[in-house]
Design a protein around this ligand. Structure first.
Ligand code: PMT
Length: 405
């Protein structure tokens, strides 16, 4: 039986490319069912998609008496995923806020399916804080973004906001469908976010981690079939669904959570920015304002080094947040903390690392492999990290057969 995907077309000039996308997906053996917003119908007709796909199109208006009243619920049943292409700022905003004021948006909320989004709009619209905030909300809920790319836009301006090519979107859909199972049976423990160490009940010492990197690792792993537990400190992004999440706000809480979960995992990926120091005696009441204040800090336990010393057959992956001597410092952490793999990133750059949707990293393995990953989305980086960690884990489990005599 063919896998079914739902293609949601919204009101953008790029809607014509959705017809190419439907073809590309069908060429890859998928059954494609199209849903169209009212605005999409101003650019391309439902008849075009019905003729292309051989399937009835879900239109935005609510059913009239006598028409199937539950089509917005039934339409997506049995499908594997939804891809919204082109996705306008309007539809992304509605989806981010749970608005279901037509049949297509109701179908999206009722589908329970993984969602992929290929945005298309003017550069300034795309960069608008409201649109970026909606994108972050959706990404935090596990929505996968494909593009947009840069180029000349329909409005005549140049810049980011061009819908990705149909071929690129189709390849991403296939990867999501096909690459899902290679981590099935692998138990992954991931930490993310920034620890906050209390000074008193209202103040803390913290860091700039948003949690995006660790969430990307957790989501990509879950998408590839792994059983994931996420230990999350302070987050500037949403908590993902489809996995068990344990909250841990301080280094001590994170140590307790990691130690508790470590025995049941095969791979630990420690992407959290753990505080290196905590206040020795946090005040129980709010400290009154005065001219100056002195804090006594004591070192926190090194969670990663602690569990890695007793790792047995588990694979332990650390991140190294560096601003200088990246490779040498990263290599030192790899060896001194007894890690199998370290992911080194430059946290002095504004376009990657802390808070960014992108990262650029160097991977070092214990057996001397060095892999450079050029600036890419945190999802892509997560995929590479998982590939390496899974290879080390599988290799360590391969029992060498004695040669036949
Ligand atoms: O969250 P984002 O905004 O997406 O940003 C991602 C990131 C920059 C936080 C992430 O990519 C990253 O680099 N995480 C590691 C941050 C860090 O604490 O690096 P470190 O070099 O100080 O520590 C090395 C390793 O030891 C890390 O895996 C850390 O989790 C671990 N550690 C550190 C201190 C400590 N007391 N216990 C630990 O386990």
């Amino acid at each position: 039986m063919k896998d079914t995907v739902i293609l949601v077309v919204t009101g953008s000039v790029a809607a014509f490319k959705a017809a190419q996308l439907a073809r590309r997906l069908m060429e890859r053996g998928l059954l494609v069912k199209v849903a169209m917003t009212t605005a999409a119908e101003r650019f391309i007709t439902p008849l075009t998609f019905e003729a292309l796909t051989g399937q009835p199109v879900l239109r935005a208006g609510f059913p009239q008496p006598g028409e199937a009243p539950m089509e917005h619920i039934n339409f997506s049943r049995g499908a594997r995923l939804v891809v919204i292409a082109p996705a306008t700022a309007n539809t992304m905003g509605k989806l981010a806020h749970g608005v279901a004021d037509d049949s297509v948006l109701s179908m999206l909320l009722a589908s329970g399916l993984p969602v992929m989004v290929a945005p298309a709009m003017n550069t300034q619209m795309y960069k608008h804080p409201a649109v970026q905030s909606n994108i972050n909300t959706l990404a935090g809920r596990g929505v996968t973004f494909i593009g947009p790319s840069s180029g000349s836009l329909a409005c005549g301006e140049e810049g980011e906001g061009k819908m990705e090519d149909a071929e690129v979107i189709a390849a991403a859909v296939m990867e999501k469908l096909g690459g899902e199972k290679d981590l099935a049976g692998v138990r992954l423990l991931v930490t993310t976010g920034g620890c906050q160490e209390p000074i008193d009940p209202v103040r803390y010492i913290g860091n700039r981690s948003s949690g995006k990197m660790g969430v990307a690792v957790a989501q990509v792993a879950a998408g590839r079939g792994a059983e994931v537990v996420l230990v999350a400190a302070h987050m500037e992004t949403g908590l993902p669904e489809g996995m068990r999440v344990v909250r841990a706000h301080t280094a001590m809480e994170m140590q307790e959570a990691v130690r508790k979960e470590f025995a049941q995992c095969d791979i630990l990926v420690m992407a959290a920015a753990v505080a290196d120091y905590q206040v020795e005696n946090p005040a129980t009441g709010k400290v009154k304002k005065k001219n100056s204040m002195r804090l006594d800090l004591v070192e926190t336990p090194d969670i990663l080094a602690g569990v890695a010393m007793e790792k047995g057959g588990r694979v332990v992956v650390g991140f190294a947040a560096e601003t200088e001597d990246h490779l040498a410092s990263g290599r030192k952490k790899l060896m001194s903390k007894n890690l199998d793999l370290i992911v080194i990133n430059d946290v002095s750059r504004g376009d990657i690392g802390f808070g960014s949707d992108y990262n650029e990293v160097t991977l070092l393995t214990r057996d001397g492999k060095k892999i450079e990953i050029a600036r890419a989305s945190k999802d892509m980086v997560a995929g590479e990290v998982l590939d390496q960690a899974a290879t080390i884990w599988r290799d360590s489990r391969t029992v060498e057969q004695p040669e036949a005599s």
